[in-house]
Design a protein. Structure first.
Length: 245
C-alpha cells in the first residue's frame, strides 16, 4: 500500500469515527430532549449554586476548623515540628493555636472567593456538556477545577495573605502565630545543632491551595446532591436538566 493510500485510508477512518461520534451525541441529545445550551446552562447553574452554598458554609466560624475533610494543617516544611514537639516549651499549645489561627484566616477569606469562583463559572467554555452531564456525580466540579484552578489561585492568594495578617484570634494573626511556632522550633534546635532549622515559609501558598481544595470539595458535594436529590434542584433549569440525566 502506498503512503498516499495509507493517508487516505486514515483520513476516511477518522472521518467515519467523527461522524459516528456525532451521530451518537445527536441521538443522546434527542433522547434527553435537551439542547446543548440548556445542558451548559444547567451545569453552570449547578456550579453556581454549589459555590454559593459552599462559601456560606466555610465562611462561618469553624467552617474549616471543625470539618476534618477541609481542615487546614501545617505547611509541609513545618510537619517536622511534630517529631520534636516535646522538646519545645508549650509546643502543643503553640501548634494548636497556629492551626486554629490558620483556619480562622481561611474562614475570613472564604467570602472573597465567592465572586472569584462565580466569575470562573460564568467564564468557562463547556465543550462537551452532555458528557459531563452523563459523567460522574462530580464531573462538572472536576471540569471547573481543571480549567480554572491555576488562575483562581493567583486571584485568591492576595485575599488569603490579607486574612493571614489579621488578628483574628486574640491579638495574634495567623502569620505571627506561625512565625512564633517556627521560631520556637528553631530555638529548641539550638540554632540547627540538634536538627535542621526551618528556613522557608510557604504559609500563604499552602493556605491558598488547601482553602481552594476545600471549596471545590464542598462544591462537589453540592453537585452530587443536585444530581441525586430533586429537592436540591432549586431553579427551573436545574429541574429540567438534572431530571433528564
Amino acid at each position: 500500500m502506498t503512503l498516499k493510500l495509507k493517508h487516505s485510508v486514515l483520513l476516511v477512518g477518522i472521518l467515519c469515527f467523527t461522524l459516528v461520534a456525532c451521530e451518537k451525541a445527536i441521538d443522546m441529545l434527542q433522547k434527553t430532549g435537551l439542547t446543548n445550551e440548556e445542558i451548559t446552562q444547567g451545569l453552570k447553574e449547578a456550579l453556581s449554586v454549589g459555590t454559593d452554598t459552599s462559601v456560606t458554609v466555610l465562611s462561618k466560624t469553624n467552617g474549616y476548623y471543625m470539618d476534618m475533610a477541609v481542615k487546614i494543617l501545617l505547611p509541609e516544611e513545618a510537619q517536622v515540628i511534630y517529631k520534636s514537639i516535646d522538646k519545645i516549651p508549650g509546643g502543643n499549645l503553640l501548634i494548636e493555636n497556629t492551626i486554629l489561627s490558620i483556619n480562622r484566616a481561611a474562614e475570613d477569606a472564604a467570602p472573597a472567593s465567592k465572586q472569584i469562583l462565580l466569575n470562573a463559572v460564568t467564564g468557562i467554555t463547556i465543550n462537551d456538556g452532555l458528557s459531563i452531564l452523563n459523567g460522574s456525580d462530580t464531573a462538572a466540579t472536576t471540569y471547573l477545577k481543571g480549567k480554572t484552578f491555576d488562575s483562581l489561585f493567583v486571584l485568591f492568594e492576595p485575599k488569603i495573605k490579607q486574612s493571614l495578617s489579621k488578628q483574628l484570634l486574640g491579638n495574634v494573626s495567623a502569620e505571627s502565630a506561625y512565625t512564633d511556632l517556627v521560631n520556637a522550633y528553631n530555638t529548641a534546635s539550638l540554632n540547627g545543632i540538634l536538627w535542621d532549622q526551618i528556613k522557608t515559609n510557604s504559609l500563604s501558598k499552602h493556605v491558598t491551595q488547601k482553602g481552594l481544595d476545600g471549596l471545590f470539595l464542598k462544591i462537589a458535594v453540592e453537585e452530587k446532591l443536585i444530581r441525586e436529590n430533586p429537592l436540591h434542584r432549586i431553579s427551573d433549569i436545574l429541574k429540567k436538566v438534572f431530571s433528564k440525566q
